[in-house]
Design a protein around this ligand. Structure first.
Ligand SMILES: [Zn+2]
Length: 111
């Protein structure tokens, strides 16, 4: 069985099986990385990797995951910035009860 030598940030060089690694490719910018859990310290390790390294790992059977950046990164925001005063108003709103209806603009009939 093939083993792959990788570097744990804490333990140094470790040997891994193909099933111990996962290649991660970002669909939006093609950045690559591989991750594994260190067999010695059990910490999760993530290393950036070139497309050539990712292709080599996949070619020997390492699982590949394709992921996308969160859609929120592409949102356009044109309103005013959230301020500490907004945070205080929000806190008071949540503390006052019936906040869900107040946010929705529905008056509390029992008030
Ligand atoms: Zn380690």
């Amino acid at each position: 069985m093939a083993t792959i030598k990788a570097e744990c940030h804490t333990c140094g060089a470790v040997r891994l099986r193909v099933a111990d690694l996962t290649v991660k490719i970002c669909a939006d910018d093609d950045r690559g990385a591989y991750r594994f859990r260190c067999p010695r310290c059990e910490r999760a390790v993530l290393h950036d990797a070139t497309s050539a390294i990712c292709a080599l790992l996949v070619s020997v059977g390492v699982e590949e995951e394709v992921w996308s950046l969160p859609a929120e990164l592409r949102e356009q925001h044109d309103g005013p910035a959230f301020t500490p005063d907004d945070m205080l108003d929000f806190h008071l709103l949540l503390d006052g009860g019936d906040w869900a209806n107040r946010l929705a603009g529905v008056e509390d009939a029992s008030a």
